[in-house]
Design a protein around this ligand. Structure first.
Ligand code: UDX
Length: 441
């Protein structure tokens, strides 16, 4: 099929490249010329594992190209996927500025096209948005009737940053929300070559599936983090507890990794929007509210443990090393990263903070401007002379640090392992004052 992709962020570009790799003809549209040029050279403007190789192959075989010309892309296509960002704004709502603009632009092109096309929304939005808000925009700008002159649907993405290509090509399920059978069958036609069950629903249900999935995953992590805090007090190890829980196939071991909390651009945005919706329609969700609350407190557990370990129980005037700034390993993304509240709280309490991250340093410079905050090129320099260390992101290079590295570099070898990377027995037997989230004495 011929597909137009509006927006070349990580969702749009991965969607376009993966469809093209399945034999479809894809035209990507963006408003940023540099991105267009890069894609047409076969290079990815963002880092996603495998995407560069895919793009250079697809561009050289003329299976995918990018353009600034939205009209050209839409007129040439059967399906138009809108993949622009819907960042969060105040009052826990999505900002639809780009989505509304893209929808209007698509509608204006549909005005001049007699060929039936299906518009597919991929941008995450509050349930009801495609049907109640975007459909009228498309009808007004095109002067045509949805369901008769063009089709419409919502097709959620469940892509993790960094492994989005893998996730797209190996989905657990494909959800197609269409306003009618014709829209659904045209969207289904691009997914024939995927080995996954397809769930066909209406757009509002598909939107709800997306936002509730992310909320559930966040709730699962908040749950295990609360269990970790209990486990710690009764001297058992949350890692064993999570293993035992996860062996129940009804629960599964995934997303039961206790730590300092969840971050990233999606979880907080989606769960907050769903909670806001629940309040607006007078069914305020206690679980969603608690999931957010638990996650606000969890990063600060690392400081509690650190203060407990320090001889005078205070971080004031102490040099504290932070290993890891990104919201998860293998990305430079610091959106909603738990390193942010931890560092702000340490600075507020009068600590001198020394931090390292293999790739997120440039982003960190934009966030912290305190004269008590220092960034370093390697973990060893970061640990040098520190009174305590908090491991915030589980980058693989940190697992290469030996107990001796901590002892030799630090003033007092107190390690708060926020991601449970190290073997507690080994660390403690070598003289490290080691604490871990969800770990007893
Ligand atoms: C998430 C969803 O997984 C994806 O389906 C959706 O489309 C976008 O949001 P992403 O934000 O890339 O993807 O990150 P993910 O790998 O899901 O991790 C989210 C956060 O949860 C990270 O901060 C991670 O460190 C944390 N996490 C994850 C845990 O604390 N414990 C776990 O067991 C798993």
């Amino acid at each position: 099929m011929k597909i137009a992709i509006i927006g070349t962020g990580y969702v749009g570009l991965v969607t376009g490249a993966c469809f093209a790799s399945k034999g479809h003809e894809v035209i990507c549209v963006d408003v940023i010329e540099d991105k267009i040029k890069k894609i047409n050279r076969g290079q990815s403007p963002i880092f996603e594992e495998g995407l560069d190789d895919m793009l250079s192959d697809l561009v050289s075989r003329n299976k995918l190209y990018a353009t600034l010309n939205l009209e050209h892309a839409i007129l040439k296509s059967d399906l138009v996927f809108i993949c622009v960002g819907t960042p969060s704004k105040e009052e826990a709502k999505y900002d639809y500025t780009y989505l509304e603009q893209a929808t209007k632009d698509v509608g204006l092109v549909l005005k001049d096209s007699d060929k039936y096309k299906v518009v597919v929304i991929k941008s995450t939005c509050t349930p009801g948005t495609t049907n109640d808000h975007l459909k009228p925009i498309l009808e007004q700008t095109s002067g045509r009737k949805c369901g008769k002159d063009f089709g419409l649907g919502f097709n959620p993405e469940f892509l993790r940053e960094g492994v989005a290509v893998y996730d797209f090509l190996n989905p657990d399920r494909i959800v197609i929300g269409g306003i009618d059978k014709k829209s659904i069958s045209m969207i289904e036609a691009v997914f024939t070559d995927f080995n996954a069950p397809i769930l066909k629903v209406d757009p509002t249900t598909a939107e709800m599936i997306k936002i509730a999935s992310n909320s559930f995953l966040a709730m699962k992590i908040s749950f295990i983090n609360e269990m970790a805090n209990i486990a710690e007090k009764i001297d058992c190890d949350i890692k064993d507890v999570a293993k035992g829980i996860g062996m129940d196939s009804r629960i599964s071991p995934k997303f039961l990794g206790a730590g300092l909390g969840w971050g990233g651009s999606c979880f907080l945005k989606d769960i907050s929007a769903l909670y806001q919706l629940s309040k607006e329609i007078s069914v305020p969700s206690k679980l969603l509210e608690s999931t957010i609350q638990v996650n606000k407190l969890q990063p600060l557990r690392s400081i509690e443990l650190l203060e407990r370990a320090l001889s005078d129980h205070s971080v004031k005037g102490k040099k504290i090393a932070i290993l890891g700034l990104a919201f998860k390993p293998n990305t430079d993304d610091m959106r909603e990263a738990v390193s942010i509240p931890i560092i702000h709280e340490l600075l507020h309490k009068g600590a001198e903070v020394h931090a390292h991250d293999p790739v997120a340093i440039e982003n960190a410079k934009l966030i912290f401007d305190s004269s008590n905050f220092y960034l370093h090129e390697g973990p060893e320099q970061t640990l040098s002379g520190a009174h305590g260390c908090i491991i915030v992101t589980e980058w693989r290079i940190y697992s290469k640090l030996s107990p001796r590295d901590f002892i030799n570099k630090m003033k007092t070898p107190i390690v708060i392992d926020g991601r449970r990377m190290f073997n507690p027995k080994k660390m403690r037997s070598k003289g490290i004052n080691y604490y871990g989230i969800g770990l007893g004495k």
